[in-house]
Structures are given as C-alpha cells and as structure tokens.
Design a protein around this ligand. Structure first.
Ligand SMILES: Nc1ncnc2c1ncn2[C@@H]1O[C@H](COP(=O)(O)OP(=O)(O)OP(=O)(O)O)[C@@H](O)[C@H]1O
Ligand SMILES: [Mg+2]
Length: 341
C-alpha cells in the first residue's frame, strides 16, 4: 500500500538533507552533481547524470575534461535548474526508496529569496514529483530547530551561517521582523584561504584542501595565550608548477577570514540597527543564536561577542539545525502553520 508522504528538504548550497515524516532525517549529502554532455549532432546535447551527492564529491577536482562536477546551488538559490531538478529527483527516490507517491514537500528558502527564486524551487520540486510544495524561510526553520520559542512576543536573533549564505534574522511572534541575507559564508571563507595562500606563499590549492585547512586550523579570533596551530598541506608551487608540501599556520588563515567575517558582522549590525527598540533590548539579554555548518568555525561565537558586545551561542549540531526545524514543523503542522506557506 502507498501512503502520501510528507517530506522536508533543506536544499543548501553545500549540503542537502531530507526528512521523512515519522522517520526522521534519512539523507544528508553534499549538493554536488557530476555529469557529462552527450551531443546528438548539430547543436543538440543533453546532460547525462553520472553521480550525485557523496559520490560526486569524490570526483571534485579529479575529472577528465569530458566530465563536469558542479554545485547547482549558489548563494542559497538555484543556479543551474536542470541539474538541481535531477538532483532533487535522485535524492527523493533514494529517501523514499523508489516509492515516490506524489509526496508533499516542505522546503527551506533564504529569507531574502526573490519571487523568481522561490518559483524555481517550487517548480523543481513539482517536476520531481511533489503534489504540493510549501516553503519555509531558512532562519525560521533554524530557529525552530534550535528550540527557540518563536511564537512568543519576544525578540530572538538567529544567524545561520551556511555554505553560500548567512541568514540574519530577528524573530518575534513566529515571524521574521527584520532580516537580511548576506551572500557570504563558508564558500567565501574557502576562497579567501585559496587567495591568501596564492598571494603570500605562491601556493595553488583546490577548494577541498581550502575547506580542510579551514576546518583544521581556521580561527575567527586568535587568542594570544594559546599556542598557534599548524597544518601540513599539499599544493602546487605557482612558479615551479610542481607539487609541494607546505606548512600553514592559523595566523595567516585568520588574516584570510577577516574580510568575509567583517561582511557578516556588518550584516548583523545592520539588522540590529533596524530592530524596534524593545526587540533589540531582548537580544541584549538573550544574545545571538548561531547555526549552520560555518558556525563550527573555531571562535566564531567569541568573534561576534568581541565586536558586538553581545553574548553569542552556537546551537548543538549546527549542520542539522535547519532540517530538524523543518522536521519539527512537519510533525507539528498545527503549531507551526504560520511558518509554512
Ligand atoms: N568544523 C567546521 N569548521 C568550519 N566550517 C565548517 C565546519 N564544518 C562544516 N563547515 C562548513 O559549513 C558549510 C556548510 O554548512 P551548511 O550545510 O549549513 O550549509 P548549506 O545549508 O548547504 O548552505 P546555505 O544554507 O548557505 O545554502 C561549508 O562551507 C563547510 O565548509
Ligand atoms: Mg543552509
């Protein structure tokens, strides 16, 4: 027998997660697709999907010219429609074990997504087999996932720092009161690391290595009292063109991260300055809640506290916060019906 399933999707720039009602989180994979272009004579070609998710990530930076490994989402929104559609279809099939029976989908979108960007998400889900598609703003989902009592008449600030975007929002009475999407997050941290190593050490590295450096020795706020962390990495020397092993320490990485972190800080300042005074006062008491994978960057909470003079906390398992929120909303639709539209 088939049941109509309710499915939640956190379609992120870096990772896609799927929640199935009554089952929990069933899928958590990178938002990456590998394909080749098949041509059919003059000006006719089609994409042939070769791998999706984890399997496609393994191919990143290691493919022959005929295979393209792409991230179909950029800065929180769909950048490549047909590839995203193929990926959603694949993930749905995998999550529902082939038994797609017109599921109802609740999917997160950035707080500042345009009508066109929202429509693209809805139509991709419908083309992938959804009977109905409901949208939930990512900062609201993150707040629900962080167990913030969002329906109270009290201000809460959530900053969800993902791969492509940072969503900054002040929530009260179950809605976003002031919000801003800054298109700077983990990917920009990686790019900044690649740039500084090229400029200062004449070292060329790939994005996977940059991410590894960030996770191992990235630090938003260096404390003089602690020993400096170091890491050995392999890259290519810009001048000789040869592969070499280099040692990189956290100071240079901290310097690289300063610029993107400042852009996020400015976004938070802007949102705080637009908040009605009562809500701003609530945030002085309760502090800022941080979620999203990039809130795992060492000392990012201290960085915000240092520059804003406000307490900041990272939620438990920040990579799962948004999908947990979507899951809670699906399981308790009555309680959260205002958040879903
Ligand atoms: N320990 C860590 N330290 C620093 N960054 C990390 C760590 N673990 C994961 N990240 C970063 O978190 C980001 C992914 O986070 P997340 O899955 O929340 O993003 P996303 O939801 O896919 O993106 P978005 O919400 O922007 O569309 C990546 O940039 C990754 O490098
Ligand atoms: Mg996200």
């Amino acid at each position: 027998m088939f049941f109509q399933k309710k499915v939640g999707i956190d379609l992120g720039t870096a990772n896609t997660l799927v929640y199935v009602k009554g089952q929990g989180i069933v899928l958590n994979e990178p938002t990456i697709v590998a394909y080749s272009i098949e041509s059919y004579g003059y000006r006719q070609s089609a994409k042939k999907i070769l791998a999706v998710g984890e399997e496609a990530k393994e191919m990143l930076g290691r493919t022959p010219g005929s295979i393209i490994v792409s991230r179909p989402m950029r800065e929180g929104v769909i950048a490549d429609y047909t590839t995203t559609l193929a990926m959603i279809s694949y993930f749905l099939r995998k999550s529902l074990r082939g038994k797609i029976f017109w599921p109802e989908i609740v999917i997160s979108i950035p707080g500042g997504a345009s009508q066109v960007e929202k429509r693209a998400v809805v139509s991709a889900c419908k083309q992938a087999g959804a009977s109905n598609v409901y949208l939930i703003e990512e900062p609201l989902a993150a707040a629900i996932g962080a167990k913030i009592p969002i329906s109270q008449p009290s201000g809460h600030m959530i900053v969800n720092i993902g791969g492509g975007t940072t969503e900054i929002a002040i929530i009260s009475l179950g809605q976003l009161v002031v919000y801003k999407t800054v298109r700077v997050a983990g990917n920009k941290f990686d790019e900044a690391i690649m740039q500084i190593l090229r400029k200062k050490n004449s070292l060329i590295i790939g994005e996977r290595t940059a991410e590894e450096i960030k996770i191992k020795v990235g630090n938003a706020l260096i404390e003089e009292s602690r020993p400096v962390r170091k890491i050995e990495i392999k890259g290519r020397d810009f001048y000789s063109g040869l592969p070499e092993t280099f040692e990189v320490d956290e100071k240079i990485i901290n310097e690289a991260l300063a610029k993107p972190l400042k852009l996020i800080l400015e976004g938070i300042r802007e949102v705080l300055s637009q908040a009605p005074p009562e809500l701003a006062a609530d945030i002085v008491d309760k502090g800022i809640v941080l979620s999203g994978g990039s809130s795992l960057l060492t000392n990012i909470d201290r960085f915000f506290t240092h520059y804003l003079g406000l307490p900041a906390f990272v939620v438990e398992e920040p990579l799962l916060c948004v999908i947990r929120g979507i899951g809670l909303a699906i399981e308790n639709l009555n309680q959260f019906k205002e958040a879903i539209r």
